[in-house]
Design a protein around this ligand. Structure first.
Ligand SMILES: [Fe+2]
Ligand SMILES: [Fe+2]
Length: 259
């Protein structure tokens, strides 16, 4: 099976880029299943039903999220709708709206989990993953994990903790693609960060001015996604062994287009 995982999509420019690139990629590589990190899809902050539908229409199967999933209040009720394949990190407190993984309704199990180092106070991603994996099994279908975290050490540690128990552990959240794709000894594909779908001339997808001024003045400035110019599309393609659902390969698929 071929699984494409797309990094944090930032705003309208990011969505336009996905619409331009994804259908051709699916054909070119004969991709069976696509995930996309959607926490910044709607004007850089959160998701809306419209932006989710836009991405599902061009071939995305499951949308994962992260700390920004709560930014658009009106979307929160949709997190509990079984027909909408959007998940939020598993290790939020009990009774938080939404689901942390999809398994029964999907040909690939997709788990979303968030890190604690420089991100926030959450339940341990390590013990929560152990718990999740007592309910879902790699022997039945591939299982991929979007670990939404800042520290590369925490991401690498979770990769090793889950080696052989899931098909892939990929990092998201930093918006910076890393060059460390590898298969761990027991068959789990790993990369520290997928990167983003967003403008090249930006700070993590946001207009330079607002983000730079935060650092120059130590005060809040309005952050808006950069919507024009060269756009980066960052993703990884994972090929699985259909017999045991472990990973055979993981490679970066990165593209640039001008919009
Ligand atoms: Fe993000
Ligand atoms: Fe994030």
């Amino acid at each position: 099976m071929k699984i494409l995982m797309i990094g944090d999509v930032v705003g309208r420019g990011g969505r336009t880029t996905v619409k331009n690139i994804l259908p051709d990629l699916i054909n070119e590589y004969q991709i069976d299943f696509v995930t996309l990190q959607g926490e910044n899809m709607a004007s850089g902050f959160g998701l809306t039903l419209e932006t989710v539908m836009e991405m599902l229409e061009v071939g995305v199967d499951v949308i994962t999220s992260g700390n920004h999933v709560w930014d658009k209040n009106e979307f929160i009720e949709h997190l509990d709708n079984p027909k909408i394949p959007v998940i939020r990190p598993m290790n939020y407190p009990m009774n938080t709206p939404g689901r942390g993984y999809l398994y029964d309704s999907s040909p690939v199990g997709v788990v979303n989990i968030i890190g604690r180092v420089w991100v926030g106070e959450f339940d341990s991603p390590f013990s929560v993953m152990d718990e999740v994996l007592s309910n879902i099994y790699i022997d039945k279908k591939p299982i991929i994990v979007d670990f939404h975290a800042e520290a590369t050490s925490e991401k690498a540690a979770l990769g090793w903790h889950l080696d052989g128990r899931v098909t892939a552990v990929v990092g998201t959240h930093t918006h910076v693609p890393t060059a460390d794709c590898k298969i761990l000894p027991n068959g789990t594909a790993f990369v520290s960060d997928l990167g983003m779908v967003g403008a090249e001339n930006s700070i993590l997808g946001a207009e330079v001015e607002g983000s730079l001024n935060r650092f120059l003045t130590s005060r809040k400035h309005r952050m808006r996604p950069e919507t024009k110019g060269i756009m980066n599309f960052n993703s990884v393609l994972i090929t699985t062994n259909d017999t045991n659902n472990r990973a055979i390969s993981i490679e970066r698929i990165d593209r640039k287009i001008e919009i």
